[in-house]
Ligand binder design. Structure first.
Ligand code: GLU
Length: 480
């Protein structure tokens, strides 16, 4: 049996990191087994679904380096892989289940259901559907349909009964049918519920394994019962641990961004994001945190996923992004930085050359790409704008004579190279009896506008002698 797995995001918002983690695990599992990875769209909620989220989800997946063999955007033998285009199929299944006696029509009105739910709660009974319409005879049903009464369709849960299954992550699971009511599969307007649409898709697309978030665990016995009612073989389930923030609470906006889109925009390297996501509930090797997708594919198994909540820590992700940053080939680093630098304006050839010279020094110091912009914008402006906090910190009264002296020495240089600049600047420190912090920080702020910048002498070299001296003069003028 060839492995067929899927992810099924609902396009009602940006792709959540939890769904992206499911995507990474399903992809790894499929690739490990030489199986098929499918991306379908759970858009039964037509009013809340939006095409832009489908596009964004595909972008985020591709950004992560994931590809899929069937599904939205790529097609396949099962049509469009969108639930919104399969309503006839879900209705057909519901009809068949009714004909088989596995499902039934329910004519209870919302008001009646509400009243009975409240009465049940007050009496300490379970609040789920009480099965009132389950025993209606076919004649009664036909009469009520002819009278135009509206109805929905419920699955007739076998009672008494239990549903047991082996979960690849959580081991043996057991649900007594006492806790599963005869849930709705088709609404009164003829639209399918999530349970019906999801199960029919899994059966029709011949899915073999469903790896999804643990939040859906309580839906699984329902899906197994539905699958059995359809006469199909249930899939193998793996419920992936929930994502928590570093404080041990369920991951939410409080912990930072939760949509993949935000991480793309924030300039994390996708290789790092992929690596980090693969660690959310799985471990390649306790000693090894950084590895390639190929290495992960080779080792990945859903059975090795941990039951324990996984911690999503943006600090760790940032660190990892920095590690990957350092591994990029210099031209690749430049290529990835340019879209962030050139948001407002394309660099001239000369500016680009200057950036390419300084880029390796920046590459050593950044974790995310917007930091490259911060560290290089001084290169592309006529007048550098001073970061006020940096200015206040280093432009103390003693800085005036330093600027003055540096201007004279640098103006006098006949060879403009990092080594030559460093030589005269170190001599200046000695002559003025200053430590490097006191002597060089004012120069750094004068030249780059900020204390956070690439190394000083290299920066001066790239900027060129006239511009460097002009900036020192400008700082001096502002200073007095
Ligand atoms: N549409 C569901 C979600 O976005 C996924 C359902 C499933 O994987 O079965 O959470």
């Amino acid at each position: 049996m060839s492995v067929r797995v899927r992810i099924a995001p609902s396009p009602t918002g940006m792709l959540h990191v939890g769904n992206a983690r499911s995507a990474v695990f399903n992809w790894l599992f499929a690739r490990h087994h030489g199986g098929t990875f499918i991306v379908r769209v759970d858009d039964t909620d037509i009013a809340r679904s939006d095409e832009q989220y489908v596009t964004q989800m595909m972008e985020a997946m591709r950004w992560l380096g994931l590809d899929w063999d069937e599904g939205v955007g790529v097609g396949g033998p099962h049509g469009t892989y969108r639930q919104s285009e399969r309503f006839d199929r879900y209705r057909e299944v519901a009809e068949q289940l009714i004909a088989d006696g596995a499902a039934y029509r329910c004519f209870c009105t919302p008001e009646e259901l509400d009243d009975r739910r409240q009465a049940a709660q007050a009496a300490g009974r379970p609040p789920g559907y009480d099965g009132a319409c389950r025993t209606l005879g076919s004649e009664q049903v036909n009469t009520r349909i002819s009278a135009g009464e509206s109805f929905l369709v419920r699955l007739a849960i076998p009672r008494p009964g239990v549903t047991e299954f082996f979960d690849l992550v959580r081991d043996d699971m057991r649900f007594d049918h006492d806790v599963i009511d005869d849930f709705v599969i088709l609404r009164s307007d003829g639209t399918p519920t999530y349970h019906l649409a999801s199960t029919v898709d899994d059966v029709d697309y011949e899915i073999t394994h469903v790896a999804r978030g643990e939040d859906l665990l309580s839906s699984t016995p329902r899906h197994i019962l539905l699958t059995q009612a359809m006469g199909a073989e249930p899939v193998i389930y793996a419920h992936l641990p929930l994502l928590f923030g570093p404080d041990g609470k369920k991951l939410s906006k409080r912990h930072g961004d939760t949509s993949m889109d935000a991480y793309m925009k924030a300039g994390y390297l996708p290789e790092a994001m992929f690596n980090y996501m693969s660690l959310l509930g799985w471990s390649y090797d306790p000693e090894v945190t950084i590895y390639s997708p190929e290495q992960a594919i080779e080792k990945f198994d859903l059975a090795d996923v941990s039951k324990n909540p996984a911690v999503f820590d943006t600090k760790k992700l940032e660190w990892m992004s920095g590690e990957y940053m350092r591994e990029l080939a210099p031209h690749d680093f430049v290529a990835r930085s340019l879209p962030f630098i050139e948001v407002n304006r394309k660099l001239s050839d000369d500016e680009r050359r200057r950036f390419e010279v300084i880029a390796p020094l920046i590459q050593e110091r950044v974790k995310v790409l917007p930091e490259v912009v911060e560290m290089s914008e001084w290169l592309f402006v006529d007048d550098v704008s001073f970061d006020e906090a940096s200015w206040d910190k280093v432009m103390k009264p003693e800085a005036g004579p330093v600027l003055d002296d540096a201007i004279i020495r640098l103006e006098g240089l006949t060879e403009w190279s990092t080594e030559a600049i460093e030589g005269v600047m170190r001599q200046m420190l000695e002559d003025l009896e200053l430590n490097p912090r006191k002597g060089f920080q004012p120069l750094r702020v004068a030249v780059t506008g900020s204390m956070i910048s690439p190394p000083l002498f290299e920066s001066m070299e790239v900027l060129g002698q006239p511009a460097t001296v002009a900036r020192l003069r400008r700082a001096l003028a502002r200073f007095v």
